[in-house]
Design a protein around this ligand. Structure first.
Ligand code: NAD
Ligand code: UD1
Length: 334
């Protein structure tokens, strides 16, 4: 199939392009490069031997998208393009609503105009808000605690309304848990600018001595070691989930993509230190406002319907994150 991947040069998008190509699909990428680099296209080529067709285009640019659909016969869209930093979304909510929500509406309008009614959307476990119980199931109540999460929840609602109005659409919503790790080549991975917000990018910056010390946000949660528990999932497993989703488009569907296993902050830090033989100095800090004690997925539905389960463990995630960091630093110093 010919798949349009919005946000395809980004972290999850680039890994998904690789898995789509490996599965025999053709890939067209649309990205405005606001949070990714053009070199990613060369790395995808180096890994797969395949050259993705690329449009530097904002999904808010209707004419730009129309050109993409005019020049390519698209069968299905995987829609990653969006802004994703929780703190920034609190400071600049309108930017998030405009980019994520208006962008998705324009994308869907152009898709409908060209008769392409098949879309996979990147949602997040953040739509479960402050959960009453774990593991989280797809039919649990939804709520959000920040504008970023609200954009995800609102887009889910928009897509559901779209399906209700026109059953010809096939819409799959994927709720990701905490993606970490990188492709084994070390060519693509997560490389945020500045000081990272998320745990694994912060660990790799400390391990590579670009930052002095990791702050562990709270050790007084009701968890075995007191630190927050999350469901970390290898980005390559996540990418594979998209390939499976594309193979099983069928009306409106929602799936959790997680491993179903929770690890605490200290579990992850200790696994990273052990697997990579590097030091990660840390100190306990106050809880981060808005954080929850524990979340992990019930991924049964994805297993039963998509035939998907996560294959990689936390050691693989730590090893590949570090491999990417080391190789990315080598590339930068050349
Ligand atoms: P990313 O920032 O690496 O990738 C997003 C890509 O979208 C970037 O390449 C960026 O340049 C592009 N983009 C943003 N706005 C655009 C626009 N208006 N037009 C065109 N391109 C645009 O992020 P990621 O981690 O790969 O996340 C991909 C998707 O998955 C996002 O929608 C994100 O909200 C969602 N998600 C991510 C996580 C996570 O932890 N990484 C968790 C849950 C959901
Ligand atoms: C966060 C977002 C979520 C988003 C996801 C991916 C919040 C409240 N949630 O999830 O909406 O989908 O990122 O972008 O921001 N931690 C530390 N020290 C750090 C960083 C994190 O101890 O420097 C801890 C956190 O308290 C948490 C765990 O590590 O317990 C994971 O944090 P993080 O990687 O930021 O992901 P989430 O908070 O789960």
């Amino acid at each position: 199939m010919n798949i349009l991947v919005t946000g395809g040069t980004g972290y999850i998008g680039s890994h998904t392009c690789v898995e789509l190509i490996k599965a025999g699909h053709d890939v067209v990428i649309v990205d405005n490069l606001c949070n990714s680099k053009i070199e990613v296209l060369d790395y995808i080529k180096e890994i797969t031997g395949y050259t993705c067709k690329f449009y530097e285009c904002d999904i808010l640019d209707r004419e730009g998208l129309q050109k993409v659909f005019t020049e390519n016969k698209i069968d299905s869209v995987i829609h990653f393009a969006g802004l994703k930093a929780v703190g920034e979304s609190c400071a600049k909510p309108l930017m998030y609503y405009r980019n994520n929500i208006s962008g998705t509406v324009i994308l869907c309008e152009v898709m409908a105009e060209f008769g392409v009614k098949s879309i996979v959307f990147s949602s997040s476990a953040t739509v479960y808000g402050i959960p009453k119980e774990v593991p989280l199931k797809e039919d649990f109540p939804l709520s959000t605690t920040n504008p970023y999460g609200s954009t995800k929840l609102m887009i889910e609602g928009i897509l559901k309304d779209l399906y209700n109005a026109d059953n010809e659409w096939d819409i799959t919503v994927l709720r990701y848990f905490n993606p970490i790790g990188a492709h084994e080549s070390g060519l693509i991975g997560e490389d945020p600018n500045g000081i990272p917000n998320n745990l694994m990018p912060y660990i790799t910056k400390v391990a590579s001595k670009q930052l002095p010390c990791l702050g562990v946000f709270g050790n007084d949660y009701p968890t075995p070691d007191g630190t927050g528990i999350r469901d970390y999932i290898h980005v390559v497993d996540l990418a594979d989930g998209h390939v499976k989703a594309i193979d099983h488009m069928d009306g409106y569907q929602v799936f959790n993509l997680g491993t179903g296993v929770g690890y605490s902050v200290l579990d992850l830090v200790n696994a990273f230190i052990k697997v990579n033989g590097v030091d990660v100095p840390y100190e306990i800090k106050d809880r981060r406002p808005g954080d929850i004690a524990e979340n992990f997925a019930d991924a049964t539905r994805a297993k039963e319907v998509l035939g998907w389960t996560a294959k990689y463990g936390v050691e693989d995630m730590c090893r590949s994150s570090w491999n990417f960091t080391v190789k990315a630093l080598e590339r930068k110093s050349k």
